[in-house]
Design a protein around this ligand. Structure first.
Ligand code: PA5
Length: 464
């Protein structure tokens, strides 16, 4: 039995009445639709376009990453990962889920002498300064992650860090505090690595940024902090096998993609909310948000027709967002599907003491556990949505461990390429981000990019 299950009763008619899909459709038109998507994805995989499918079996990379991690781990008390988008979110999600939110507050003994782990994503001077003022550069390894080696935010931060390192270390020592994760052959980082002898891990050509969490991008920070890479990749491999099934009702990624696509295109439910009920999984929801948005939001379809399509993913957190978004989910436009994510067995059990027996508003809580409260709230929210005819799906992890997480990452990635086939778009590109990049290059004077004329926001004096 897999540690990861998908419950989809709350999107079907028996539970949801007229707002749900007829279950017969799962063996009918939805199944047919999925069969085509399955065939398209299988074809793309066989053509070598979907490299993320092969990552769980890439024993060589796992071994290299582990060796690099073992050789570095003992020298450094801190690892700083510098990257953005797909070059950061997966590794962050992994770290939060498996190390917990307060890893960096633990003593060396608490961390079993694995390093502290920080991420620099945004080119925000406050974040960079705050962190650099607190770490000892002489005891810190900087992992610069950029597949292209040209992302302005990452490269700018790399240069600032290199400058700061140079203030306290000689050239050779600076190189010893850097490791790159980048394209196997091309790009600035690869060139610098070759010229200066900086160790560099490869992101395979056929693995796009947002599909790279199980490549060296996600594996290195995980290995350096003691995560069981073999279990992570075994979980992913098991999910690949499950999702090879062409029959819709036996394929969890197929069901996830087909039901959400149908909810969007047939019922105008274009907003897909991923709502984990676990603080440690909040970044996982952000990772999904990027994957679903950047892969499926496209102007043109595979035939070149202008479609301007794509669902809007939204990351939420239960039960926190019951006090923020739930009102909208319950009574606002019927344009959403909520995907609950639950960890069945939280590591810690915290019992609520039986205090204040004379106060009814408190005494009912005594004797229950915090995890129980959270789960009861999730079930109550799903039921409240159901009674309002508002659909949901539930993903449940048996345990929050490396294997289960490997399954989750792979499930979502496969669901995304199925969804790409269902929407008829290419889930692997992101042409929409190019124009903003080119304007930025032009504004900063990069060679080959003309200085653009911007229509300022207060053009014509529209500002108060
Ligand atoms: O999914 C993607 O391709 C993007 O989100 C990239 O990961 C992001 O833009 C960072 O790119 P790079 O790794 O080239 O710096």
């Amino acid at each position: 039995m897999s540690p990861l299950t998908l419950a989809y009763g709350n999107i079907l008619a028996p539970a949801l009445g007229p707002h749900g899909f007829a279950p017969e459709r799962l063996a009918g038109d939805l199944s047919e639709r999925f069969r085509d998507a399955h065939a398209a994805v299988t074809g793309a995989r066989e053509a070598g376009e979907l490299g993320f499918f092969d990552l769980p079996g890439d024993v060589e990379t796992r071994r290299t990453v582990q060796e690099v991690a073992d050789s570095f781990g003992q020298w450094f008390e801190t690892l700083v990962v510098v990257g953005i988008g797909g070059s950061s979110l997966g590794a962050r999600a992994l770290a939060d889920a498996l190390l917990g939110l307060h890893w960096n507050l633990g003593s060396d003994e608490d961390r079993e002498h694995y390093p502290r782990l920080f991420f620099l994503e945004n080119a925000d001077p406050e974040s960079l300064r705050d962190l650099m003022d607190r770490v000892d550069p002489r005891r810190t390894l900087f992992n610069i992650v950029s597949k292209s080696g040209s992302t302005a935010e990452t490269m700018a931060q790399f240069m600032v860090i290199e400058g700061l390192l140079s203030e306290v270390l000689d050239d050779e020592a600076v190189a010893g505090h850097l490791i790159f994760t980048t394209d196997p052959e091309t790009g600035v980082l690869r060139r610098l690595a070759n010229e200066r002898g900086i160790p560099a891990l490869a992101v395979p050509r056929a693995v796009g940024g947002r599909f790279s969490v199980l490549s060296s991008v996600g594996l290195l920070p995980a290995a350096v902090t003691g995560v069981d890479l073999a279990a992570l990749l075994e979980g992913a491999a098991a999910m690949v096998r499950r999702c090879e099934e062409p029959e819709l009702v036996r394929n969890p990624a197929g069901l996830f993609a087909t039901l959400l696509h149908a909810a969007h295109t047939e019922q105008d439910r274009s907003i897909h909310v991923l709502m984990p009920y676990a603080d440690r999984l909040r970044v996982l929801a952000l990772w999904f948000q990027q994957l679903w948005a950047e892969s499926l939001g496209k102007a043109v379809d595979r035939e070149g027709r202008r479609v301007e399509t794509g669902p809007t993913p939204m990351a939420a957190l239960g039960a926190v967002d019951q006090h923020s978004l739930l009102q909208l989910l319950m009574e606002g436009p019927r344009d959403k599907v909520v995907v609950f994510l639950r960890n069945r067995a939280p590591e810690h059990r915290v019992e609520i003491p039986r205090l204040h027996s004379e106060i009814g508003a408190l005494s009912y809580l005594g004797g229950h556990e915090l995890g129980e409260l959270l789960e009861v709230e999730r079930r109550a929210t799903a039921e409240a949505l159901r009674r309002e005819g508002r659909p949901s799906l539930t993903l449940e992890l048996d345990r929050l461990d490396a294997r289960g997480l490997g399954e989750f990452f792979m499930l979502m990635q496969i669901a995304t390429v199925y969804a790409g086939a269902l929407y008829g778009v290419n889930p692997l590109d992101q042409p929409g981000v190019e124009l903003g990049k080119e304007l930025t290059y032009g504004l900063l004077g990069r060679e080959g990019y003309p200085v653009p004329e911007l229509q300022d926001e207060d053009l014509g004096g529209y500002r108060i």
